[in-house]
Ligand binder design. Structure first.
Ligand SMILES: Nc1ncnc2c1ncn2[C@@H]1O[C@H](COP(=O)(O)OP(=O)(O)OP(=O)(O)O)[C@@H](O)[C@H]1O
Ligand SMILES: [Mg+2]
Length: 256
């Protein structure tokens, strides 16, 4: 059987036909986590809100959370329908369903958090029933829902499942020069990531993504990769031809 994969689908890739074909055609089990950056941004703007980002994380005041959830959930339902129509029956959920993502708020960002607990049983039951779970990155703490960066959530779910994590986005991988797709770095270790961050090469939305890849590894995922969400990408990531693959380095990793 083909390898089970946790795939994070970037909001920037929403509904792209090629990506839906690629995911629905993958022969092995998949658990999906999706983002919704562009959709969230568009809805907030229509409602007259402006977003501020801190190290790639969208600051989410309480009064914006409802709109963030609405945009994410519609994105999830569209993806679920697109995959289901292609023969891969997918179910769109969030961390509020069966309380499957437990969160902890991050200071100073409003209702933004990280994932501290994953109820993997729900995901495994759905898979056993022949359904592909698709999670929106909303987690719960005592006060209610928290907006979690989708990469952060995906890294936590991959770690809990101990499955490889593939982060599909709109760039070829981690690039030495973010403007030049030919500068893709095929492999990175935690030490390599630190060096790139120190040089300011990894910025914006790539920051939570590399942190999530490393965190998935630290939590027990066998490997993690960042790659461009296009036709044929999963096979090429598995064979090492596409994307940036993260592997554990020499020194033990500090928790993020
Ligand atoms: N060194 C780098 N290499 C590649 N991309 C980089 C780098 N530094 C910053 N980036 C930016 O990171 C972006 C990807 O993250 P972004 O958060 O925008 O998308 P996503 O995570 O796929 O979607 P979503 O946030 O909706 O889930 C790239 O489009 C690029 O502009
Ligand atoms: Mg992102």
């Amino acid at each position: 059987m083909s390898e089970a994969l946790l795939v994070k689908v970037g909001g920037s890739l929403r509904g792209a036909e090629a990506l839906l074909d690629e995911l629905s055609g993958y022969p092995g089990p998949l658990v999906l986590v999706h983002g919704g950056g562009p959709e969230i941004g568009a809805l907030l703007e229509r409602l007259g809100f402006q977003s501020r980002f801190v190290e790639g994380l969208r600051v989410t005041p309480e009064e914006q959370l409802e709109a963030v959830e609405m945009a994410l959930y519609l994105t999830g339902k569209r993806l679920a329908e697109g995959l289901s129509r292609r023969g891969r029956k997918a179910v769109a959920l969030s961390g509020r369903d069966a309380l499957c993502l437990r969160g902890q708020a991050l200071p100073g960002l409003g209702r933004v958090g990280e994932v501290v607990g994953v109820e993997a049983g729900l995901l495994l039951d759905l898979l056993a029933g022949g359904y592909t779970p698709l999670l929106a990155p909303i987690a719960l703490d005592e006060a209610g829902p928290l907006n979690v960066n989708a990469d952060t959530a995906a890294g936590a779910v991959a770690g809990a499942l101990r499955w490889p994590a593939v982060f599909l986005t709109d760039v070829e991988g981690v690039l030495e020069d973010p403007q030049d797709p030919r500068t893709r770095l095929p492999r990175l270790t935690p030490e390599g990531v630190e060096a790139l961050k120190a040089r300011g090469v990894v910025r914006g939305g790539m920051l939570p993504k590399v942190a999530a890849a490393l965190r998935a590894l630290a939590a027990g995922a066998p490997w993690a990769a960042i790659a461009k969400g296009e036709r044929g990408v999963l096979g090429r990531v598995l064979s090492g031809e596409a994307g940036t693959r993260f592997t554990p380095g020499e020194a033990p990793e500090k928790p993020a």
